[in-house]
Design a binder for this molecule. Sequence first.
Ligand code: RNT
Ligand code: ZN
Length: 414
Amino acid sequence: MNRYNEAKIIYQKYGVDTDNAIAVLKQIPISIHCWQGDDISGFEHNSALSGGIQITGNYFGKASTPKELMQDFDKAISLIGGKKRINLHAIYAISDSPVDRDKLEPKHFNKWIEYAQERNLGIDFNPTFFSHEMSKSGLTLSSPDKVVRDYWIRHAKACRKIAAYIGERLNSPCLCNIWIPDGYKDIPADRLTPRLRLKESLDQIFSVSYDRKFIIDALESKVFGIGVESYTVGSAEFYSNYASKNGICCLLDNGHFHPTEMVSDKISSLLLFHDKVALHVTRPVRWDSDHVVLLEDELKEIAKEIVRNNATDKVLIGLDYFDASINRIAAWVIGTRNMQKALLYALLEPSKMLKKLQDCGNFTKLMMITEELKTLPFGDIWNEYLRVFNLDNNWYNEIERYENEVLRERNENE
Ligand code: RNT
Ligand code: ZN
């Protein structure tokens, strides 16, 4: 008997159907962020990364053109099984001549749409409010300067139009996520007015309505950024209230909360009041450092909340990390596979039985089973999932080959 069949019998003893777990996992889309491929540089080529986020490392071979980024993304997705989406930012517009961000149009993303169509990918989208002249004060939609605010309102409106167009062309709703860097380094004299301005800017942005079949608007909160340590305009409370009142989706980035606050614990509360919840899954190490996602406890707990609450179609899973110190393509593969592993781990939980134990107060047995589950042959089920896609755990050879044949060349030509 092969290892999968043996493992299957072991899980059956807990009432878990491993074939079903694999079938469900195959259908859960993961939105993979294009920006891991080029350290969030984009194709504008005229400003450094700003907005309180930072990338460290200078591993060779970074993509610097649409062609290179697409080629690298292709390599990554060839090593990842299951449903995938690509998450783009406005700075990845493709155009022969420079286009300012408030003048972006759907046509600047046609190449990405073709790319996605050829590979059966969905697309998600983000306006880019950082790394730009107009955000050098650190403020965008909450700026006291109306010229600045209006510029970014035009940008956000242009991006919503683009997202709705992408969603329509691909016949799959495009998540359009707004994250702004706005905040202050030191203790503000007025916390209310910047938030009032942000609220008014958002009201203008959302005054145009689109079909929810094509676009899902989301707002991403944050607690602090580098250089913006004391106050963030778009806080969790601000956006969760704004989102509830206006029928907009909240996006939770698990690097955007206080270190002992857990995003896994927040998902159920949002699910009760919203039809969708979006995630940026990342790995904060001591701060919002955006390390590559590993198969850690909090990741497993997030996956469990999605699976056991039957929310695989309500929680939109996106990744958001960027590491420039290792091979960027491997970073994509490792992080995305880990998200899928966490989902599989959750799908292999006898959750009905565990919930029952909780309800009848049998916490000893609940703890005992939860711990026993940790040493079941999970790896054999994961390998079977990979096998379905003709993949295995020896994918790194391919990265090494690509590194030698493609990435090293790139560096020499620079
Ligand atoms: C920043 C936010 C935001 C960005 C991306 C590039 O702290 O997490 O989501 O990482 O939009
Ligand atoms: Zn994020």
